[in-house]
Design a protein around this ligand. Structure first.
Ligand SMILES: NC(=O)c1ccc[n+]([C@@H]2O[C@H](COP(=O)([O-])OP(=O)(O)OC[C@H]3O[C@@H](n4cnc5c(N)ncnc54)[C@H](OP(=O)(O)O)[C@@H]3O)[C@@H](O)[C@H]2O)c1
Length: 228
């Protein structure tokens, strides 16, 4: 299995690189030129293609011959970075490749999510700050996911809860809709978010799904398991 990790130098990206290597996959990582050093720990074990992730030429080179592409969609900047990245991956990935994208709970596929008030407040604040500073563009991440949802490719969009650092607790559990009691704890270890992304490559049940995830030993996940 040869996989490309787009956004490999970030925290989520580096965890995904490690999980992919642990599974014996051949790994190609894409990251901004100035971030290549963040992948030094993997030197000699992965191929790094430096460049902006919304640069089609960079993506075309990186995804060639890949069976799967793991893409970190981030709402940074004001130049349509997330939608440009998603489009480049959708256009350039080999036919039939598994495409896994990351985003947050604020993304909805079918409008049936019920968000906690805290999340609505955070999103409102991020939109306001984004308009003011142009550092973040939430709507562009929404547009990126809209394009993925509309595509015929074999995609999965993994919607992350709030994240924390720490040792792995195991594969997160998921639901189709935010607001489902199983997700109430709203916390996942970042290392396990990465685990879910990488495991999705070989889980065909997740094709054309947008799972919202939560840590498997959180209170709400355990309560759902025991029927409590
Ligand atoms: N943080 C959370 O609480 C949270 C919650 C739910 C879901 N998520 C989702 O999880 C994924 C990873 O998020 P994360 O917060 O954990 O961050 P992360 O893994 O550290 O990744 C941040 C990524 O953004 C890139 N980046 C940073 N500044 C940039 C800029 N100005 N222009 C272009 N790229 C830039 C980084 O590249 P460099 O290495 O080159 O800087 C890196 O690839 C995202 O899809 C996010 O929506 C996050």
């Amino acid at each position: 299995m040869r996989v490309c990790i787009v956004g490999a130098s970030g925290k989520l990206g580096r965890y995904m690189v490690q999980h992919a290597l642990d599974r014996g996959y051949e790994v190609v990582g894409v990251c901004r030129e100035r971030s290549v050093g963040k992948l030094d720990a993997f030197k000699g074990r992965i191929t790094v293609v430096p460049g902006f992730t919304n640069d089609r030429a960079v993506i075309k080179q990186a995804v060639a011959g890949c069976d799967g592409v793991l893409t970190v969609l981030v709402p940074w900047g004001s130049n349509h970075y997330a939608s440009g990245t998603a489009q480049a991956v959708l256009d350039c990935a080999p036919l039939g490749a598994r495409l896994i994208f990351s985003c947050g709970w604020h993304i909805t596929r079918d409008g049936k999510d019920v968000w906690p008030r805290s999340l609505k407040r955070e999103e409102k604040l991020a939109r306001w700050l984004g308009r003011l500073t142009r550092i973040v563009d939430i709507d562009d991440q929404v547009e990126a996911c809209r394009r993925v949802f509309a595509s015929d490719a074999r995609w999965t969009v993994v919607r992350g809860s709030d994240l924390e650092e720490g040792e792995s607790q195991g594969l997160p559990v998921w639901s189709r809709h935010v607001g489902d009691p199983i997700l109430e704890s709203n916390i996942t270890r970042r290392v396990d978010y990465a685990l879910f992304m990488v495991a999705a490559l070989e889980n065909d049940e997740l094709v054309h799904e947008a799972p919202a995830i939560v840590g498997c030993v959180t209170r709400s996940a355990l309560a759902a398991k025991t029927g409590g």
